[in-house]
Write a protein that binds this ligand. Structure first.
Ligand code: S3P
Length: 429
């Protein structure tokens, strides 16, 4: 696909689609609750549609109406044996959380996904689940999908210190712990997104969180409820950075999710001297309006406990750093190597092709700026966030074409991305 280049201004207001993490969980909790759950502003993108498809295979009725999704819950023991393999497509959240959900069910399933999923590490979930008494194994003795899983109705509680900072692993174990008779204790390596914990309470359950330590009792009852999904800050991130980098721009992003465990990007932009402000905060829905204007930026360091609060935004922050004065060092981000693609290598390789000065390290990137970006042919490697980052980069290329291979990957999280960008370009004219 030929990307949009040489854009001199972006203006206007958009509302990005619903949060991916919250959309997945709303279907999962709705399925395990009793009664109906209604979901508004659900993300109708490939990943979350795969979650819907799988819960239907597990016998859950899910109606897709124009403005809302209605899930008829079956309760904790109501899922049915599927007749076929469960295929998550590209979705790491679906496969990992599903392992926890199926851990305490009397079912035997095979879980798989696309070529990216088949390379993603699953021991991080399988090993603690095995400790809890679940029979779960990867393909031919490896830790990779297809995964065979046989649930255990008498699952044991767990006391577990997470070896990785991962909300997917934490959430899988929280779901599994809900089937145990006694209390489980899960201790995080770093604080990660807490949407599962928030939703346990929203569905009428109880969870005790004290810093990095989480205590959760099993055999709880969840009641169906209404979930209003805020816009995904990880999707808004592409327009936030575009607004900062493209000259003469002002972008207003409505209803952006601002959960504290997700807003690391805002802190980094402020540290880099970016003009970003937040208005109309809705405390209950954890959302607000984000406004950005073109800015001169300086390099910074992104590391430590900040990393899980912006893990999905690192590709687009690396692009931001290419236009900042000075050096930006990103470290402690080794998890990027096992995302939809190796995002450290992908960011360094593809941005270098466009003339940026980006060096990969074991656990991050070193970016020197500012560098002008130039024409070239790049690839998303089938990774939605790499694809969208490269389109934002292309906006800054003044001469020649930027061709993106595997551009269709953006539909994993943001099917209307190119359309929303085109609106900001045309509203600026
Ligand atoms: C997610 C957690 C993160 C994130 C992913 C969504 C979630 O993954 O990168 O896009 O919904 O829990 P890890 O838990 O592997 O860090």
């Amino acid at each position: 696909m030929q990307l949009m280049t040489n854009v001199t201004s972006l203006k206007g207001t958009i509302e990005v689609p619903g949060d991916k993490s919250i959309s997945h969980r709303s279907i999962m909790f709705g399925a395990l609750a009793t009664g109906k759950t209604t979901i508004t502003h659900f993300l109708k993108a490939d990943d979350c549609l795969n979650t819907i498809k799988i819960f239907r295979q597990l016998g859950v009725e899910i109606e897709e109406k124009e403005k809302e999704i209605v899930v008829t819950g079956v309760g904790f023991q109501g899922l049915k044996q599927p007749s076929d393999i469960l295929d998550v497509g590209n979705s790491g959240t679906t496969i990992r959380l599903l392992m926890g959900i199926l851990a305490g069910q009397n079912l035997e399933v095979i879980l798989t996904g696309d070529s990216s999923i088949q390379k993603r590490p699953m021991n991080r979930v399988m090993l603690p689940l095995q400790e809890m008494g679940v029979e779960v194994s990867g393909f031919e003795g490896t830790q990779f999908p297809p995964i065979n899983l046989k649930g255990n109705k008498d699952i044991q509680p767990i006391h577990y210190q997470l070896p990785v900072a991962s909300a997917q692993v934490k959430s899988a174990l929280l779901f599994a712990a809900l089937y145990a008779k006694k209390e489980s204790v899960i201790i995080e390596k770093e604080l990660t997104r807490d949407h599962t914990e928030v939703m346990i309470r929203q569905f009428g359950g109880q969870i005790d969180v004290s810093g990095k330590e989480i205590k959760l009792s099993g055999h709880q009852q969840f009641k169906g409820t209404h979930v209003n999904v805020p816009g995904d800050i990880s999707s808004a991130a592409f327009f936030i950075v575009a607004g900062l980098l493209v000259s003469n721009s002002r972008i207003v992003l409505k209803n952006v999710g601002l959960n504290q465990t997700r807003t690391g990007i805002i802190d980094v932009i402020k540290a880099m001297g970016g003009d970003i402000s937040i208005e109309d905060i809705d405390e209950v829905n954890e959302s607000g309006t984000v406004i950005v204007t073109s800015s001169d930026l300086v390099g910074t360091e992104i590391s430590g406990e900040l990393i899980p609060r912006l893990i999905d935004e690192i590709p687009i922050l690396a692009l931001l750093a290419t236009q900042a004065t000075g050096t930006t060092v990103i470290k402690d981000a080794e998890e990027l190597r096992v995302k939809e693609t190796d995002r450290i290598q992908a960011v360094a390789d593809e941005l270098s092709k466009l003339g940026a000065d980006v060096t990969p390290t074991d656990d991050g990137l070193i970016v020197k700026g500012p560098t002008p970006l130039t024409a070239g042919s790049v690839t998303s490697y089938g990774d939605h966030r790499i694809g969208m980052m490269l389109q934002v980069a292309a906006l800054l290329v003044n001469e020649g074409e930027v061709i993106l291979d595997k551009s269709e990957a953006v539909s994993v999280s943001y099917p209307t991305f190119f359309k929303d960008l085109a609106k900001l370009v045309s509203d600026a004219k």
